[in-house]
Design a protein around this ligand. Structure first.
Ligand SMILES: Nc1ncnc2c1ncn2[C@@H]1O[C@H](COP(=O)(O)OP(=O)(O)OP(=O)(O)O)[C@@H](O)[C@H]1O
Ligand SMILES: [Mg+2]
Length: 334
């Protein structure tokens, strides 16, 4: 598999995520808080120490992708009848970054992920992959073109098949294009499981595995097919409490492999344990993005209900703070 992507993470993003378009006059003044993220498309892209004067602002981002972002989402909306499940969301995802996506029930988290996977089609907005405009019109396009893999809220694996069969489900290797290459698939599945430090064997029947082990199989698929972006919707829901720490380590391992992980969870302590930054949705809108620096669970709860983000040591430079956290900063994701 290619591990070329991590090298992209070496330069800091010049700008970051969109601020809340819904934020009214009661929002903070420009640069007063790192949480109300802005985007300065004109910002330079040098290392953080060399960049001065770049402050987060409550202005929404422009239509352009942010330099260095693996995936930029701009002005994306998805309606279900009268319900605006996702409302004008702009957000950047960088290589080798874990983003916690949080919000109250019905805030639009799963819908945003389903738009990224191509399961639902956005009504409005645009996407940029490695700076180039792309469309997401089908799950196949999302998987193959944007290299996105989704780990679903309810694991969608075949319980009566083996681990390796599940890992290659729908994407079988073939010899001469038609004979199923079972031996290679089994071997490659074994290599991936080893890489994930798992004792699961490729020939194990999936239904005999625990929830956490099944999660590893699902994540193994993402590694196997070298996806860049791994979306996880309430992944710890199927895992016993004792195994949650193992899972969180797996998320850190994915980041170390250069992957971008978008983690949706109501378990805010898990978010704080692994995320580099936290994006907060409120009623379908992006309320803010905060670097995971000195945050507490009660800070996150406050944000989920529309509260203002705490100021952080980054002094308002969100892009710089996210970069630092990904490269040896002091946040929970380190
Ligand atoms: N297929 C659908 N048809 C109609 N409405 C939908 C559909 N999917 C989601 N919604 C609505 O869109 C809104 C956002 O739902 P979504 O599932 O994205 O929220 P969520 O943040 O994932 O919530 P939860 O934390 O409960 O999983 C909700 O009001 C929900 O009822
Ligand atoms: Mg959901």
């Amino acid at each position: 598999m290619s591990t070329a992507e991590p090298s992209q993470a070496l330069g800091p993003p010049a700008s970051s995520v969109a601020g809340p378009r819904h934020q009214g006059a009661d929002g903070p003044p420009a640069g007063s808080s790192v949480g109300q993220a802005g985007n300065s498309a004109a910002a330079d892209s040098g290392p953080p120490g060399e960049r001065t004067g770049q402050r987060a602002s409550p202005e929404p981002s422009g239509p352009e992708p942010s330099p260095g972002a693996l995936l930029s989402v701009r002005g994306v909306s998805k309606h279900f009848g009268p319900v605006k499940a996702v409302d004008n969301v702009s957000l950047d995802f960088y290589p080798q970054e874990v983003i916690g996506l949080i919000g109250d029930n019905g805030a639009g988290k799963s819908t945003l992920l389903s738009v990224l996977t191509g399961y639902h089609r956005a009504d409005e907005g645009s996407f940029f992959y490695k700076g180039k405009p792309v469309s997401i019109t089908s799950p196949r396009e999302s998987r193959n073109k944007l290299r996105i893999e989704m780990i679903y809220q309810q694991l969608q694996l075949a319980r009566d098949l083996t681990v390796w069969e599940n890992m290659f489900l729908g994407e079988e290797l073939r010899i001469f294009g038609f004979v199923s290459d079972r031996r290679s698939m089994r071997r490659r599945a074994g290599e991936v499981l080893e890489r994930l430090n798992s004792k699961i064997r490729p020939g194990d029947i999936l239904g005999n595995l625990s929830g956490g082990e099944q999660q590893i199989v699902a994540i193994g698929r993402a590694i196997l097919f070298d996806r860049d972006i791994i979306l996880m919707d309430e992944p710890t829901a199927a895992i016993s409490a004792a195994k949650v720490e193992d899972f969180l380590q797996l998320v850190r391992d994915l980041r170390a492999l250069g992957k971008t992980v978008i983690l949706v969870s109501h378990r805010l302590e898990d978010i704080l344990a692994v995320a580099d930054a936290v994006a907060v949705l409120v009623l379908g809108k992006l309320h803010c993005v905060v670097p995971n620096q000195d945050l507490t669970v009660s800070d996150l709860v406050h944000l989920m209900f529309g509260g203002q983000a705490p100021a952080t040591a980054s002094g308002g430079n969100l892009a710089q703070a996210r970069w630092q956290l990904r490269h040896g900063g002091t946040g929970g994701g380190a």
